[in-house]
Design a protein around this ligand. Structure first.
Ligand code: IVH
Length: 712
């Protein structure tokens, strides 16, 4: 497993060349971004925390190895996730931060002594600390103007959240008006959550209606609140505990008073909150709460200690992203014993196959659990898990309940689980990449579990870049059966003409939006080969690999013929030809073989090729003013974005690199460009602004090769 130190995980991937590793780095950034979105934005995580951590570790290792690599979607540049598509954005007047964690009683003592020291108080002074249950939901900021609720937002990335005002107005426990005289603006923060009972009832409905269950009450609350349609939120039972009054008011100088103030205004504040006067009382509060935990009707995952006095809180201030005046002390996971009834396989939207344990339903900390994740085949083998076993399971901050271990390993007559070789959803072969533990379905577009995500990729910016066909429309068309494979994008208009309910009559659509969409699709009927190849979403075929292949084979026909006929035999001349391409290694060749030997995928490509015109990449390189030149892009390119600028430059025959040297011809410096531009100047390399660069390349006066008429 790719855990442990960076050097350890390095040695696990010895066979990858550095260009493959660079491709992998970008792919990991995209994959982590996808899972961040699933977790933070869509409230539907697909992988466990530990699998996620593995991706992050590998990412970190590769990033260290290629510090100059320009990355799209770098997850290190985000906290949480950007506000979701479709929600208006709200900037928080003060950032919504996170809390530092205490892992044991000693950390709690450290927190207390550190705080006293910081405030210059003798160690024997009584410092009032309030201990509040840490509610496991999602935080929400509410703004009242002259006593009226005017705005509600999620945390988002901590600076900018999503505007969920209309959704919040459907929550009964959140008052829409504050009684009496209140100051102009009042901001209140707290936790929106779902009770255990409501969570189980909701899952029962979900299961019977569409089979999509929420992993825990937190995800259910988040999924219910972050709905574009507030009518859906209204149908879900959400609750709210207020815990922060952000506005300074003279009559409430400490947290306890603020909680009481909010209570007087009609908010629910948690009644298990305790004021502690010593370290011993702090620990006792933890123990009492932990003992009550399973009997509460809502999940708490620990408690939060806060310095009570606001004068002290202000003096303590913040370190990086957390306040110095508070700390969270989490509870250990809740566990229970049960029997493993069966193991089924689930295919995620990225094709990852996750074995799921079907359990004899058991109460874990007040929630009935009937499924647990088994992560992957290695984990089943490592834990030596067989159907029929008596197992210990746990529910933690982790996304989905897990099996900790088998309790009766001496069982007889139970057979170990054998993983199938094909995908349960589409029958395509499963593949393993490098040393990756997860098995993936190779079915791509033909796998019903993956098709929607593949289509999203197909229309994305680096690929077909079809305006108006964003993720939401793709999902809509996919779910309604209008577009199942990419070729159907290009037959949409014809089919629509014959439809009894054309798109222009759909809710939220009109003739104009339908026409605009058809026009946008029409404009993309011409595409360069490399973009086309990239759009297919073949594993390991990122933008640069797609370019290598298209430059080598030059035309779609030649490339298609080669890729559909070569064999994995080293004696095969076509195999040798592929191997001779600089940057193409055995692992990539294997991916190509798997993709192009699948008749169904081949037929998608063939149908698609009939609908569109695939142009060679390099038709007009020689005349370009930048062909053969070495270019570095740095800073934010406001007009085109980095990825587009790079693709443009490469289409014009320039070589785009990440670091500046004496061999660099141009450094294009966008906004916020720093050390690279400085280095260029020091080396006497020409530094261009984005406008100067655009002027230079627009001089080339040649036809755009990728059907993006007049757009570049
Ligand atoms: S105080 C600077 N009090 O825990 C953050 N947070 O890990 C101050 N939470 O984002 C937050 N119960 O969503 C606070 N009684 C409580 C809480 C609480 C749950 C959540 C909240 C926050 C996260 C921090």
């Amino acid at each position: 497993m790719a855990t442990g130190s960076a050097s350890e995980s390095d040695s696990l991937f010895p066979s990858l060349s550095s260009s493959e590793e660079k491709e992998e780095l970008q792919r990991l950034a995209d994959e982590i971004t996808y899972h961040d979105r699933r977790y933070h934005q869509e409230d539907a995580p697909e992988i466990s925390d530990s699998e996620y951590d593995r991706l992050r570790l590998r990412y970190k290792t590769l990033k260290k190895k290629f510090p100059e690599q320009t990355l799209e979607n770098d997850p290190d540049n985000r906290v949480g996730f950007n506000p979701g598509e479709g929600f208006k954005k709200v900037r928080h007047p003060t950032p919504m931060l996170s809390l530092a964690n205490a892992h044991n009683a000693e950390d709690v003592l450290d927190f207390l002594t550190r705080t006293q020291r910081f405030l210059g108080l003798p160690q024997d002074t009584v410092l009032n600390i309030i201990a509040e249950p840490k509610i496991d939901g999602l935080s929400c900021a509410l703004t009242y103007q002259r006593g009226v609720l005017v705005s509600a937002s999620t945390r988002g990335d901590g600076q900018i959240g999503e505007n969920i005002t209309e959704n919040v107005k459907t929550i009964e426990e959140i008052p829409q008006n504050l009684p009496g005289e209140v100051s102009n603006i009042i901001e209140i923060r707290g936790e929106v959550y779902m009770s255990k009972k409501d969570f189980m009832a909701l899952n029962a409905v979900q299961e019977s209606e569409n089979g999509k269950c929420f992993a825990n009450p937190r995800n259910a609350a988040a999924g219910s609140l972050r709905q574009l349609d507030p009518a859906i939120t209204a149908k879900r039972s959400l609750r709210f505990f207020a815990y922060s009054l952000m506005t300074d008011l003279p009559d409430v100088p400490n947290q306890l008073d603020r909680l009481n103030k909010m209570k007087a205004w009609g908010f629910k504040v948690n009644s298990l909150t305790r004021l502690c006067h010593s370290y011993e009382e702090m620990l006792a509060a933890y123990e009492v709460l932990e003992a009550q935990r399973a009997d509460l009707d809502y999940d708490i995952d620990g408690l939060v200690y806060k310095v009570n006095d606001f004068v002290f809180q202000k003096r303590l201030g913040f370190v990086s992203r957390s306040p110095r005046y508070a700390i969270a002390y989490k509870f250990p996971p809740e566990q229970a014993q049960t029997t493993l009834r069966n193991i089924t396989l689930q295919v995620g939207r990225t094709g990852v196959i996750t074995p799921v344990a079907i359990l004899e339903p058991v109460n874990v900390g007040g929630v009935l659990v009937s499924r647990a994740t088994l992560h992957n085949a290695d984990e089943i083998a490592r834990k030596n898990i067989c159907v029929g076993d008596h197992v210990l399971i746990q529910r933690a901050g982790d996304v989905i309940p897990q099996i900790v271990r088998v309790l009766d390993p001496d069982r007889q007559g139970r057979e170990s689980f054998t993983f199938p070789e094909t995908c349960p959803a589409c029958n395509s072969p499963l593949e393993k990449e490098g040393e990756e533990v997860a098995l993936r379905c190779s079915g791509g577009f033909v796998c019903p579990a993956q098709a929607a995500l593949r289509l999203r990729h197909f229309v994305s910016r680096g690929a077909f870049d079809i305006e108006g066909l964003g993720s939401r429309n793709i999902d809509l068309f996919f779910e309604t059966g209008l577009i199942q494979t990419p070729d159907e994008i290009f037959t949409l208009q014809e089919r629509d003409k014959k439809s009894s309910k054309p798109l222009s009559q759909w809710e939220g659509w009109g003739q104009r939006s339908a026409d605009n969409l058809f026009k946008a699709i029409e404009q993309k009927r011409r595409i360069v080969l490399s973009r086309f190849l990239y759009a297919l979403g073949i594993r390991e075929v990122g933008e640069s690999t797609a370019k290598l292949l298209s430059q080598h084979f030059e035309s779609f026909e030649v490339l298609y013929e080669a890729l559909t006929t070569f064999t994995l035999n080293e004696e095969d001349p076509l195999y040798q030809e592929l191997r001779s391409i600089d940057g193409v290694g055995p692992s990539l060749i294997e991916r190509l073989s798997i993709f192009f030997s699948d008749e169904r995928q081949k037929s998608v490509v063939a149908r698609l090729a009939k609908e569109i015109q695939i142009l060679p990449d390099e038709r007009r390189l020689k005349a370009s003013p930048v062909s053969g030149k070495t270019v570095v892009f740095t800073g934010t390119l406001a007009r085109t974005g980095r990825r587009e600028a790079k693709a443009q430059a490469e289409n014009l025959g320039a070589k785009v690199v990440g670091s500046v040297s004496a061999k660099t011809t141009y450094v294009v410096a966008g906004e916020g460009a720093g050390s690279k531009a400085e280095k260029a100047r020091a080396l006497g390399v020409t530094v261009l602004s984005e406008e100067e660069w655009q002027a230079l390349i627009s001089d080339q006066g040649l036809e755009q090769p990728d059907g993006r008429d007049g757009e570049v």
